[in-house]
Design a protein around this ligand. Structure first.
Ligand code: UDP
Ligand code: MG
Length: 317
């Protein structure tokens, strides 16, 4: 029987404070996985770290870790391309050899012990196993509330995501190859995975605080990520504009009737306030509409350009 291979992919942006610890912990988990499945299939395992243009010691630590243990491999981006690009690059590289691929953040806020359960479930036939946080106590109130509001908005706009799942998941080779066949540039991975189909499972875990270092998702990056998610997964905002337009037309029919009646009654010189209000209101809606449409046109331009999603500067195989 074929020997199976597990690869754990870690995106890392300025993670020198925790990387070594995290990698050692994940190597130990991989050893446990190999032990658990030794009699069944045999299991090999390695780690791919994707350095997303770090400006600290992250890459030299990757080199050091590789020297200590060749099971640790690495990709270095030529600059910061973002978390999603790092995940994609890691998957693209690892899928060449791996049968099961796990993605996990470098800070191990997602419980790495659950990888054991994920692999067992994959052995039993699940092609995608989502890590689901059953508890977000470690997040700030602000992050929890905004995240909830965001997922609710997406739901209303018709996008179904796995609730409380970020990018901690296992995928089979086949699922990853299917994901990689999606050609779009604006890639919001966790929104696309549910579209792949395949047999899926979930493992629950408790998300813990970061051991060291700071979140690499400041508010600005988070907002742009959130907007990317909406605009790459649904064109509902454009439809919403259409609905607003229709509504405005109906309102204006009412206004016309009102104006005619006022004219007949000879009361037309009271119109200043309503004129100003409707002028500003309608102009506001028009500007928002143009902005939203412009945003989608911008996305189309990006897709048409078809630029590479990332550039790799160095590979350690
Ligand atoms: N990350 C990345 N590129 C970025 C920002 C973040 O590769 O531009 C990585 C980061 O090193 C970490 C993961 O993405 O492994 C999640 O980031 P973080 O833990 O800071 O996010 P949070 O848990 O605060 O949402
Ligand atoms: Mg984190």
């Amino acid at each position: 029987m074929k020997i199976q291979k597990l690869t754990i992919i870690i995106p890392a942006f300025n993670e020198s404070e925790i990387l070594v610890n995290s990698v050692h912990r994940l190597l130990a988990i991989e050893d446990q996985v190999a032990e658990q499945h030794a009699d069944m299939l045999g299991m090999r395992a390695d780690i791919v770290i994707v350095d997303d243009g770090s400006t600290d010691q992250t890459w030299s630590l990757v080199e050091k870790l590789h020297k200590e243990n060749p099971r640790v491999r690495g990709l270095q981006f030529s600059r910061n391309f973002g978390h999603q690009a790092a995940l994609l690059a890691g998957l693209q590289e690892a899928v060449k050899t791996a049968d099961f691929l796990v993605t996990i953040d470098a800070d191990l806020q997602d419980d790495p012990e659950k990888i054991l359960d994920m692999v067992s479930m994959a052995m039993d036939g699940d092609e995608i196993v989502y890590g689901v946080r059953n508890n977000r106590e470690s997040d700030t109130w602000f992050k929890r509330t905004t995240a909830q509001g965001y997922y609710w908005t997406l739901h209303v706009l018709g996008v179904e995501l796995v609730p409380n799942h970020a990018d901690f998941r296992l995928m089979s080779k086949r699922a990853v190859n299917t994901l990689l066949s999606y050609p779009e540039r604006n890639f919001f991975i966790r929104g696309i995975i549910p579209k792949l189909g395949f047999k899926t499972g979930e493992v629950d875990y408790k998300r813990t605080p970061r051991l060291a270092g700071e979140s690499k998702y400041p508010l600005k990056k988070m907002l742009s990520f959130a907007w990317e998610g909406i605009t790459s997964l649904t064109i509902a905002p454009v439809r919403l504009i259409l609905c607003l337009g229709v509504l405005a037309c109906f309102l204006s029919i009412g206004m016309v009737i009102y104006a005619i009646v006022m004219k007949i009654l000879g009361l037309t010189d009271h119109g200043w306030s309503s004129l100003m209000v409707s002028l500003w209101f309608v102009s506001g809606i028009q500007m928002i509409s143009l902005g939203v449409i412009g945003e989608y046109i911008g996305k189309v331009i990006n897709e048409v350009k078809g630029r590479p999603r990332y550039t790799i500067q160095t590979i350690i195989e």
